[in-house]
Ligand binder design. Sequence first.
Ligand SMILES: Cc1cc2nc3c(=O)[nH]c(=O)nc-3n(C[C@H](O)[C@H](O)[C@H](O)COP(=O)(O)OP(=O)(O)OC[C@H]3O[C@@H](n4cnc5c(N)ncnc54)[C@H](O)[C@@H]3O)c2cc1C
Length: 388
Amino acid sequence: MDLPKTADVVIIGGGVVGCSIAYHLARRGARDVLVLERDAIGAGTTSKAAGGIRSQFPTETEIRFSLEAIRVFERFEEEFGVDPGYRKIGYLFLISDPEDLRGYEARVALQRSLGVDVRIVVPGEAKALVPALHVDDLIAAVWGPDDAMAGPSEVTSGFARRARDLGASIVEGVEVAGIELQGERATAVVTASGDSIATRVIVNAAGPGAARVGRLAGVELPVHPRRRHIFFTEPFPDIPGPVPLTTDRASGFYFRKEMEQVLLSPGDVEDVGDDFDVAVDRAKIAETVDKAVHRLPILETARIAGGWAGLRPLTPDDHAIIGWAPGVEGFFVAVGFGGHGFQHSPTTGRVVSEWLIDGAPSIDLSLFAPDRFARGQAAAADTGPDAE
Ligand SMILES: Cc1cc2nc3c(=O)[nH]c(=O)nc-3n(C[C@H](O)[C@H](O)[C@H](O)COP(=O)(O)OP(=O)(O)OC[C@H]3O[C@@H](n4cnc5c(N)ncnc54)[C@H](O)[C@@H]3O)c2cc1C
């Protein structure tokens, strides 16, 4: 496809976040929205996500993001014509440390005050939910029965399809290699093959590549891509599904069923740069199996059939960065979603479209302020769930 010479809004990145923003802008009547994706729609870190959806977040803003997103996932097929595979499997956190439990008590109180069904339960109740669990070393568990899962690629293609139906252009195989500035204003993107596209607004939705794209406009964004693995077993009917997405807080290990297989993650967090191709470290298999067999002894008889690794775009305080980039007019960022960018994508798209069309979002998004790090006002890193 020939690239246009101009667009009203250029979104860099066709992951779940960029596609949701494109859809919501187009739905609000924005004309001339262009998404540039260097690879294929959803091929970035979105394709690596476990599909988890939870309301168990530590702040009111993020809990409200989840509650709104869940409403979208529930009627996704109606609105987007794609079955997202949405299923309420619940999220279960296993706790063995009293201090960790105290942190949960405060967060669960906040979540419940906002209408989330989440409960602290005794280890025996966790075992009733997942009979294969070893619970002798646990002191409690946190159970969110309304938490869920859905398919990241289905959701991304749903957003992309409707965005296109409504007039947005999404072009694959085009890398943005430069951003032109006139004074303090971003005025154009330049592609790797030298095409320049003049625009009023540039949106950085580059996922783990966000810091690199920020630097094209001279903006430093503290988005740190960190590798995480997921392995899967051969079909393993001895743990019948569905089971909740279950996270062992002591080791970071989590699992859920995917059809007949069990998905297993060691919960690793590792700096391997921000390269697009994220190599699988086979040494992680042994670590994963150790953690898995401790928590699910029955898995000793399972065989690992494969796995993958992806980059979670983390920020220093584990909250996303959403808003106008400081110091460069016309440059908007929606990045740093860590392990929850998929599940928050519906709400992110809506609030960003409000910001760009109405001039401000309808809800307070100061939690995500891009300048909070420079101002020293970022909340201390929360010790909440480092789950997806
Ligand atoms: C193992 C793992 C499990 C996860 N599990 C979950 C989960 O259960 N639930 C959940 O909500 N989240 C989960 N996540 C996190 C989730 O995957 C991310 O937060 C989310 O996908 C981020 O979406 P995005 O659109 O910002 O990024 P991406 O999907 O990476 O999209 C950004 C796009 O920008 C493109 N791009 C980058 N630079 C350029 C450029 N210069 N020019 C053009 N295009 C460019 C990339 O090719 C990419 O496609 C998980 C992540 C990992 C790694």
